[in-house]
Design a protein around this ligand. Sequence first.
Ligand SMILES: C[S@@+](CC[C@H](N)C(=O)[O-])C[C@H]1O[C@@H](n2cnc3c(N)ncnc32)[C@H](O)[C@@H]1O
Length: 250
Amino acid sequence: MIPYAKIAKYSDLLWGNILGEQISFLVSVLGPILEDPDITVLDAGCGTGRIIRSLSKMFPCHFQGFDASEEMLDIARQLSDDRIEYFTATLQNFNVNKKVDVILCLYSTFNYLTRDEDIVDTLNRFSSALKGVRGIVIIDTCNFLHNLVEGCGKEASKTFVDNELRVVDHIQYYIDTTKNIWTHDETLEIYENEKLVDTIRERHYLRYLTYAEFRLLLNLSDLRNFKCAVENGYDVSSNIQDRLIYIIRN
Ligand SMILES: C[S@@+](CC[C@H](N)C(=O)[O-])C[C@H]1O[C@@H](n2cnc3c(N)ncnc32)[C@H](O)[C@@H]1O
Protein backbone atom coordinates (compact mmCIF):
# COMPACT_ATOMS: atom_id res chain seq x y z
CA MET A 1 0.00 0.00 0.00
CA ILE A 2 1.30 3.51 -0.83
CA PRO A 3 2.01 5.37 2.39
CA TYR A 4 -0.57 8.08 3.11
CA ALA A 5 -3.60 5.92 2.26
CA LYS A 6 -4.68 5.99 5.91
CA ILE A 7 -2.92 9.15 7.06
CA ALA A 8 -4.52 11.20 4.23
CA LYS A 9 -7.51 12.42 6.20
CA TYR A 10 -5.33 13.67 9.07
CA SER A 11 -2.51 15.23 7.05
CA ASP A 12 -3.92 18.79 6.94
CA LEU A 13 -4.13 18.70 10.74
CA LEU A 14 -0.60 17.28 11.11
CA TRP A 15 1.03 19.78 8.73
CA GLY A 16 -1.28 22.75 9.32
CA ASN A 17 1.07 24.47 11.77
CA ILE A 18 3.68 25.10 9.07
CA LEU A 19 1.29 26.16 6.29
CA GLY A 20 1.45 29.90 7.08
CA GLU A 21 5.26 29.93 6.95
CA GLN A 22 5.28 27.95 3.72
CA ILE A 23 2.81 30.27 2.01
CA SER A 24 4.71 33.41 3.16
CA PHE A 25 7.93 31.90 1.83
CA LEU A 26 6.38 31.01 -1.55
CA VAL A 27 4.76 34.44 -1.85
CA SER A 28 8.12 36.11 -1.11
CA VAL A 29 9.80 34.11 -3.89
CA LEU A 30 6.97 33.95 -6.45
CA GLY A 31 4.53 36.73 -5.54
CA PRO A 32 4.69 39.00 -8.62
CA ILE A 33 4.74 36.00 -11.00
CA LEU A 34 1.55 34.59 -9.52
CA GLU A 35 -0.29 37.87 -10.17
CA ASP A 36 -0.23 37.03 -13.90
CA PRO A 37 -3.50 35.21 -14.79
CA ASP A 38 -1.80 33.49 -17.75
CA ILE A 39 0.74 31.53 -15.78
CA THR A 40 0.34 27.94 -14.56
CA VAL A 41 1.71 26.46 -11.34
CA LEU A 42 2.17 22.69 -11.13
CA ASP A 43 2.40 21.11 -7.66
CA ALA A 44 4.27 17.81 -8.09
CA GLY A 45 3.28 15.45 -5.26
CA CYS A 46 0.61 17.88 -4.10
CA GLY A 47 -0.91 15.58 -1.46
CA THR A 48 -4.21 17.09 -0.32
CA GLY A 49 -3.42 20.23 -2.34
CA ARG A 50 -3.10 22.32 0.81
CA ILE A 51 -0.44 24.60 -0.75
CA ILE A 52 -2.17 25.27 -4.07
CA ARG A 53 -5.57 25.54 -2.36
CA SER A 54 -4.14 28.39 -0.26
CA LEU A 55 -2.33 30.06 -3.17
CA SER A 56 -5.42 29.84 -5.40
CA LYS A 57 -7.36 31.96 -2.88
CA MET A 58 -4.72 34.69 -3.21
CA PHE A 59 -3.70 34.68 -6.88
CA PRO A 60 -5.53 34.60 -10.24
CA CYS A 61 -3.24 32.15 -12.09
CA HIS A 62 -3.90 28.50 -13.00
CA PHE A 63 -3.06 25.63 -10.65
CA GLN A 64 -2.54 21.92 -11.28
CA GLY A 65 -1.47 19.19 -8.91
CA PHE A 66 -0.66 15.52 -9.15
CA ASP A 67 0.10 12.84 -6.60
CA ALA A 68 0.70 9.09 -6.46
CA SER A 69 -1.89 8.64 -3.71
CA GLU A 70 -5.58 8.47 -4.70
CA GLU A 71 -6.56 8.99 -1.07
CA MET A 72 -4.64 12.27 -0.87
CA LEU A 73 -6.14 13.40 -4.20
CA ASP A 74 -9.69 12.49 -3.10
CA ILE A 75 -9.32 14.96 -0.24
CA ALA A 76 -7.70 17.55 -2.52
CA ARG A 77 -10.67 17.36 -4.92
CA GLN A 78 -13.25 17.55 -2.13
CA LEU A 79 -11.67 20.70 -0.69
CA SER A 80 -10.88 22.54 -3.94
CA ASP A 81 -12.91 24.57 -6.38
CA ASP A 82 -12.82 24.03 -10.16
CA ARG A 83 -9.88 26.35 -10.64
CA ILE A 84 -7.49 23.62 -9.55
CA GLU A 85 -7.01 20.60 -11.78
CA TYR A 86 -5.73 17.35 -10.26
CA PHE A 87 -4.44 14.15 -11.83
CA THR A 88 -2.93 10.92 -10.62
CA ALA A 89 0.72 10.44 -11.53
CA THR A 90 4.12 9.86 -10.04
CA LEU A 91 7.23 11.99 -10.12
CA GLN A 92 8.75 9.25 -12.29
CA ASN A 93 5.99 9.13 -14.93
CA PHE A 94 4.09 12.43 -14.99
CA ASN A 95 3.41 14.37 -18.19
CA VAL A 96 1.71 17.72 -18.71
CA ASN A 97 -0.64 18.60 -21.57
CA LYS A 98 0.58 22.18 -21.68
CA LYS A 99 3.89 23.46 -20.39
CA VAL A 100 3.87 25.24 -17.04
CA ASP A 101 5.69 28.27 -15.56
CA VAL A 102 6.28 27.17 -11.98
CA ILE A 103 6.83 23.70 -10.51
CA LEU A 104 6.57 23.10 -6.78
CA CYS A 105 7.67 19.86 -5.14
CA LEU A 106 7.25 20.45 -1.46
CA TYR A 107 7.55 19.11 2.04
CA SER A 108 9.79 16.08 1.46
CA THR A 109 7.89 14.70 -1.55
CA PHE A 110 11.17 14.75 -3.50
CA ASN A 111 12.82 12.58 -0.81
CA TYR A 112 10.62 9.66 -1.92
CA LEU A 113 12.92 9.36 -4.95
CA THR A 114 15.45 6.95 -3.51
CA ARG A 115 17.63 6.21 -6.55
CA ASP A 116 20.03 8.62 -8.30
CA GLU A 117 18.56 7.76 -11.71
CA ASP A 118 15.02 8.58 -10.55
CA ILE A 119 16.19 11.92 -9.18
CA VAL A 120 17.89 12.91 -12.43
CA ASP A 121 14.95 11.61 -14.49
CA THR A 122 12.47 13.64 -12.40
CA LEU A 123 14.61 16.78 -12.73
CA ASN A 124 14.61 16.16 -16.51
CA ARG A 125 10.81 15.83 -16.44
CA PHE A 126 10.60 19.13 -14.55
CA SER A 127 12.81 20.70 -17.21
CA SER A 128 10.66 19.36 -20.09
CA ALA A 129 7.44 20.48 -18.37
CA LEU A 130 8.65 24.08 -18.00
CA LYS A 131 7.53 26.69 -20.48
CA GLY A 132 10.45 28.51 -22.08
CA VAL A 133 13.32 29.84 -20.08
CA ARG A 134 11.61 31.84 -17.37
CA GLY A 135 10.38 28.85 -15.41
CA ILE A 136 11.03 28.30 -11.73
CA VAL A 137 11.25 25.05 -9.79
CA ILE A 138 11.05 25.00 -5.99
CA ILE A 139 11.98 21.73 -4.33
CA ASP A 140 11.70 21.48 -0.56
CA THR A 141 13.60 18.52 0.87
CA CYS A 142 14.06 17.43 4.45
CA ASN A 143 17.38 18.49 5.97
CA PHE A 144 18.09 15.08 7.45
CA LEU A 145 21.46 16.07 8.89
CA HIS A 146 19.77 18.75 10.96
CA ASN A 147 17.10 16.29 12.07
CA LEU A 148 19.75 13.83 13.25
CA VAL A 149 20.41 16.28 16.05
CA GLU A 150 17.03 15.15 17.43
CA GLY A 151 18.46 11.65 17.86
CA CYS A 152 18.35 8.61 15.63
CA GLY A 153 16.23 5.73 16.88
CA LYS A 154 14.52 7.86 19.52
CA GLU A 155 10.79 8.23 19.45
CA ALA A 156 9.33 11.73 19.17
CA SER A 157 5.63 12.35 19.91
CA LYS A 158 3.42 15.30 19.13
CA THR A 159 -0.25 15.91 19.75
CA PHE A 160 -2.64 17.70 17.39
CA VAL A 161 -6.15 18.74 18.38
CA ASP A 162 -9.15 19.75 16.29
CA ASN A 163 -12.37 20.06 18.35
CA GLU A 164 -13.27 16.51 19.54
CA LEU A 165 -10.46 14.98 17.49
CA ARG A 166 -7.05 14.40 19.11
CA VAL A 167 -4.24 12.81 17.10
CA VAL A 168 -1.08 11.62 18.83
CA ASP A 169 1.72 11.21 16.30
CA HIS A 170 4.72 9.02 17.25
CA ILE A 171 7.70 9.13 14.93
CA GLN A 172 10.77 6.97 15.01
CA TYR A 173 13.46 6.85 12.36
CA TYR A 174 16.53 4.87 11.36
CA ILE A 175 19.15 5.49 8.75
CA ASP A 176 20.96 3.12 6.43
CA THR A 177 24.16 4.97 5.59
CA THR A 178 25.15 2.47 2.89
CA LYS A 179 22.03 3.17 0.85
CA ASN A 180 21.34 6.70 2.11
CA ILE A 181 17.86 5.61 3.15
CA TRP A 182 15.97 7.11 6.05
CA THR A 183 13.25 4.83 7.41
CA HIS A 184 10.50 6.88 8.98
CA ASP A 185 8.01 4.91 11.10
CA GLU A 186 4.89 6.82 12.01
CA THR A 187 2.13 5.67 14.36
CA LEU A 188 -0.98 7.79 14.75
CA GLU A 189 -3.36 7.24 17.63
CA ILE A 190 -6.74 8.72 16.82
CA TYR A 191 -8.96 9.77 19.69
CA GLU A 192 -12.51 11.03 19.28
CA ASN A 193 -14.02 12.52 22.42
CA GLU A 194 -11.03 11.03 24.28
CA LYS A 195 -11.85 7.49 23.08
CA LEU A 196 -9.16 5.69 21.05
CA VAL A 197 -10.90 4.88 17.74
CA ASP A 198 -8.00 3.94 15.47
CA THR A 199 -4.26 3.30 15.39
CA ILE A 200 -2.53 3.83 12.07
CA ARG A 201 0.99 2.64 11.30
CA GLU A 202 2.90 3.64 8.21
CA ARG A 203 6.50 3.15 7.17
CA HIS A 204 8.14 5.57 4.74
CA TYR A 205 11.46 5.06 2.96
CA LEU A 206 13.04 8.38 2.15
CA ARG A 207 16.28 9.35 0.46
CA TYR A 208 18.82 10.83 2.79
CA LEU A 209 19.73 13.59 0.30
CA THR A 210 22.40 16.09 1.30
CA TYR A 211 22.96 19.48 -0.29
CA ALA A 212 26.17 18.26 -2.00
CA GLU A 213 24.43 15.21 -3.48
CA PHE A 214 21.51 17.27 -4.72
CA ARG A 215 23.86 19.72 -6.48
CA LEU A 216 25.76 16.84 -8.09
CA LEU A 217 22.55 15.25 -9.41
CA LEU A 218 21.20 18.62 -10.55
CA ASN A 219 24.39 19.05 -12.59
CA LEU A 220 23.69 15.74 -14.32
CA SER A 221 20.18 16.88 -15.27
CA ASP A 222 18.75 19.14 -17.98
CA LEU A 223 18.38 21.88 -15.33
CA ARG A 224 22.18 22.09 -15.00
CA ASN A 225 22.36 25.56 -16.57
CA PHE A 226 19.76 27.03 -14.23
CA LYS A 227 20.85 28.93 -11.12
CA CYS A 228 20.16 27.20 -7.85
CA ALA A 229 19.80 29.00 -4.51
CA VAL A 230 19.12 27.19 -1.25
CA GLU A 231 17.34 28.19 1.97
CA ASN A 232 17.42 25.99 5.04
CA GLY A 233 14.09 26.89 6.55
CA TYR A 234 10.85 28.61 5.58
CA ASP A 235 11.35 31.31 8.15
CA VAL A 236 14.74 32.69 7.16
CA SER A 237 14.93 34.77 10.34
CA SER A 238 14.75 31.71 12.63
CA ASN A 239 17.55 29.30 13.55
CA ILE A 240 15.53 26.23 12.62
CA GLN A 241 17.37 24.60 9.73
CA ASP A 242 15.12 21.61 9.14
CA ARG A 243 14.60 22.07 5.38
CA LEU A 244 16.76 22.35 2.29
CA ILE A 245 14.66 24.40 -0.11
CA TYR A 246 16.11 24.70 -3.61
CA ILE A 247 15.01 27.58 -5.82
CA ILE A 248 16.04 26.72 -9.38
CA ARG A 249 15.61 29.34 -12.09
CA ASN A 250 17.29 30.72 -15.19
C1 LIG B 1 4.76 14.74 2.99
S1 LIG B 1 3.56 14.64 1.73
C2 LIG B 1 3.60 16.29 1.10
C3 LIG B 1 2.42 16.63 0.25
C4 LIG B 1 2.37 18.07 -0.27
N1 LIG B 1 3.51 18.37 -1.11
C5 LIG B 1 2.28 19.07 0.86
O1 LIG B 1 3.19 19.88 1.04
O2 LIG B 1 1.28 19.02 1.58
C6 LIG B 1 4.35 13.70 0.49
C7 LIG B 1 3.46 13.39 -0.70
O3 LIG B 1 4.26 12.79 -1.73
C8 LIG B 1 3.47 11.82 -2.40
N2 LIG B 1 4.41 10.93 -3.09
C9 LIG B 1 5.30 10.09 -2.57
N3 LIG B 1 6.01 9.49 -3.54
C10 LIG B 1 5.56 9.99 -4.71
C11 LIG B 1 5.90 9.79 -6.08
N4 LIG B 1 6.87 8.95 -6.42
N5 LIG B 1 5.22 10.46 -7.02
C12 LIG B 1 4.23 11.34 -6.67
N6 LIG B 1 3.85 11.56 -5.39
C13 LIG B 1 4.52 10.91 -4.43
C14 LIG B 1 2.68 11.17 -1.29
O4 LIG B 1 1.55 10.49 -1.79
C15 LIG B 1 2.33 12.41 -0.44
O5 LIG B 1 1.11 12.98 -0.84
